[in-house]
Design a protein around this ligand. Structure first.
Ligand code: SF4
Length: 705
């Protein structure tokens, strides 16, 4: 008789980080339910989490063994792990010898576990000697990272989910948590049911479900968030609804900021933003009167050519009102991916080193060089996500290794990304699925173990570190990503530095890099995490507690002088300009039941029932003037490409705007609805995050050729 076993682990979809109980039924299948004891979700799961088992139980598209080919006109051949990794190592070594270490790159993912992220970075920065490693997290939260560092001195989310229940005003800006962070939204709704005085303000160019569930919707024009936040700040200052004592004692920059925001009148700002003065005043009043003011944001602020400025302008509202470091208060960046936070902890961006060290800081480089005992760490910033693909296109980058991500659908200007991979001299793809879009460009394909087939850790949006149990054996010859990296390092000649008895040893090595830093987790181990989750910092001496739920309770920030910085940035938008040919602004975003590029959720029939096909939301007036009826097939045209989908006429978008979901468009499915055919290559100059949510397009009724 088959016996079933239960394991506690963490949902692998979004940054909320819900706890789940996985039952291994003993016949190669699993069942998933919410973990009632988990502090994040208390047993609740959203539609994606509830259906997670389907993505694991269906193994029909799994990559089962390494493959390679000598050129791309040949079919892939099954090979041994040794053969695949020896060839990869030989080609990497040859490029490095001929063109230098910056001729190779790694592009990884916010879905990777912390241990994997750590090893990728150690390999690339500490041994290959290049900083050309970046992650798809660059596409979703790098603007928040930069803004937290500039304002609070560290990429450190100051709040926790329990602050939801302690707040009485929540400002949601550029986020749709009812669909994209559903369990957080359920906590907000439960809080509202118990506290009818709670005010929820949503700032979004679209009338999303979050907006309709709010007490106030500021439906601003795209790209005007900084102007709006400045207008709210102006009302707060004019009415003396600010905390002068906090400003004087704990911040710098207020004078310059005050001058900046008074450059525009309230009427002028309201006109630019397309919202009423009355609503701006109402929002400011609710923020001022709240004992607990929480702001929450995601991609609407981050995915912008002025993403850092948008973030800073929102964080300023917490700083000028002194509403930070207290229960129910603070600026909360809602991470998108499950381990975007963990990746940053170990230095998973092209500008970082382990434990939030900076590549450009000589002391930080020296510390990690000594710790790793490898090569000299380069003092050059590595190529970021979009820069890496541009590098391939121009042949500056010769080889790329892509792990656990689908750039053919997720990168902006996807046709450019496609061209870049065609041009690349050598491409390694490490994935779990034989349907990965990048495989058609691959020279070597490495089969990876899936989420339940390996152990490791992740950190959610509130700095909560969780342990993920291995539940079942990986099929075929698939290996955990961490083991693949170590085997490759051995082929490169660094086996002794990548030799670990178990995954816990990798994590323990990482924790030692955190000693004395703001993200100290020297008190954390697998043994501890198997008992309960912890929130960093968690130094060894704090080992009796569950960590640090809230930062800055002493109002000492992580800046050099321990004062937070109020920034007076420009409020001008730098996005692609609309024109006579392309007069509409295209917004992109997510839908409730799909995740990223649908490589997992797209395989679950139940999740297709909500919205089965891509669509374009267009305002009825814009549709009418173009002769487009509801449900008509339209072609969305931009400077870089086009997309054909059915139109949905709705006043949920403003006139002059239209909206296309970002999930569809696998090239294997013939480019169906790929939003990134239309998005542009503009990036924020400080965070290098792309401007996904603002591209100039035209929409016409589709005429069959
Ligand atoms: Fe998973 Fe996020 Fe849903 Fe929680 S909210 S169940 S972490 S997808």
């Amino acid at each position: 008789m088959q016996t079933s076993k239960k394991y506690k682990t963490t949902c692998c979809y979004c940054g909320v980080g819900c706890g789940i109980v996985v039952t291994d039924t003993g016949n190669g299948r699993i069942h998933v339910e919410g973990d009632k004891d988990h502090p994040v979700n208390k047993g609740m799961l959203c539609s994606k989490g509830m259906n997670l088992h389907y993505t694991v139980n269906d193994k029909s598209d799994r990559l089962l063994y390494p493959q390679m080919r000598m050129n791309r006109s040949m079919p892939m051949q099954q090979v041994s792990w040794d053969a695949a990794l020896e060839r990869t190592a030989a080609i990497f070594k040859a490029f490095i010898a001929k063109y230098g270490p910056d001729s190779v790159g790694l592009y990884v993912s916010g879905q990777c576990l912390t241990e994997e992220y750590y090893l990728w970075n150690k390999l690339m920065k500490g041994f290959i000697g290049s900083n050309n490693i970046d992650t798809n997290s660059r596409l979703c939260m790098s603007s928040a990272v930069v803004a937290y560092k500039l304002s609070l001195g560290e990429d450190a989310v100051p709040v926790c989910y329990d602050d939801i229940e302690a707040s009485d005003c929540i400002l949601v800006e550029g986020a749709n948590p009812t669909w994209c962070h559903p369990i957080l939204w359920r906590r907000i709704e439960a809080h509202r049911a118990a506290n009818p005085d709670l005010k929820i303000i949503t700032v979004d160019p679209r009338r999303t479900q979050t907006a309709t569930s709010s007490d106030l919707h500021l439906q601003l024009n795209p790209g005007t968030d900084v102007t709006l936040n400045y207008a709210i700040a102006r009302v707060l200052i004019e009415n003396n609804w600010i905390d002068n004592k906090f400003i004087v004692n704990h911040t710098d920059g207020f004078g310059e900021f005050r001058t900046k925001i008074f450059e525009r009148t309230l009427d002028e700002s309201a006109l630019i933003c397309g919202v009423s003065v009355k609503d701006i005043q109402k929002a400011a009043y609710w923020i001022a009167k709240a004992k607990g003011f929480l702001s929450m944001w995601t991609m609407g602020l981050n995915q912008s050519v002025i993403g850092v400025n948008k973030n800073l302008s929102l964080i300023n509202l917490s700083l000028i009102t002194g509403k930070i470091g207290k229960p129910g208060n603070g600026p909360f960046s809602l991470t998108g991916q499950p381990n975007a936070m963990g990746g940053r902890e170990v230095g998973g961006l092209a500008n970082m080193l382990a434990s939030h060290r900076d590549i450009l800081n000589p002391q930080h480089r020296a510390e990690m060089e000594t710790f790793w005992g490898g090569t000299t760490i380069s003092d050059k910033m590595g190529l970021t996500a979009t820069e890496m693909f541009k590098g391939l296109e121009s042949d500056k980058l010769k080889a790329i290794w892509i792990a656990c991500t689908n750039p053919m659908v997720s990168l902006p200007d996807a046709k450019m990304a496609e061209m870049a991979l065609k041009n690349a001299r050598f491409v390694v793809v490490q994935d779990i699925s034989n349907k990965a879009d990048t495989i058609r460009f691959a020279d070597v394909v490495l089969p990876a173990a899936a989420w339940t087939e390996k152990e490791g850790t992740m950190t959610n949006a509130e700095r909560r570190v969780s342990y993920l149990h291995k539940v079942s054996e990986a099929p075929g010859e698939t290996l955990p990503d961490a083991e693949i990296i170590c085997r490759f390092a051995e082929k490169m000649g660094w086996g002794d530095k990548f030799s670990y008895k178990n995954f816990g040893e990798i994590y323990e090595e990482y924790t030692r890099t955190t000693a004395g830093t703001n993200i100290d987790v020297t008190g954390v181990s697998y043994d501890l995490l198997k008992q309960h989750t912890v929130q960093w910092p968690y130094p060894a001496k704090a080992a009796q507690s569950k960590g640090t739920p809230r930062l800055f309770e002493d109002h000492r920030f992580y800046t050099a002088n321990q004062r937070a910085k109020i920034h007076a940035v420009s409020d001008e938008n730098e996005s692609e300009k609309t024109s006579e040919d392309f007069p509409l602004i295209l917004l992109t975003g997510r839908i409730r039941d799909q995740w990223h590029t649908m490589t997992k959720t797209g395989r679950v029939n139940k999740l297709k029932q909500h919205i089965p096909v891509p669509f374009l939301e267009i305002h009825p007036n814009d549709a009418r003037s173009r002769g487009i009826e509801n449900e008509a097939v339209v072609e969305i045209k931009g400077k870089r490409g086009s997309v054909k989908v059915k139109a949905r006429t709705t006043d949920e978008v403003k006139e002059g705007n239209c909206f296309l979901p970002m999930h569809w468009g696998r090239i294997l499915d013939n480019d169906f609805g790929r939003a990134n055919n239309l998005t542009n290559n503009l990036i924020d100059p400080k965070s290098k995050e792309p401007d996904f949510k603002y591209s100039a397009v035209e929409v016409v009724r589709y005429q069959k050729p």
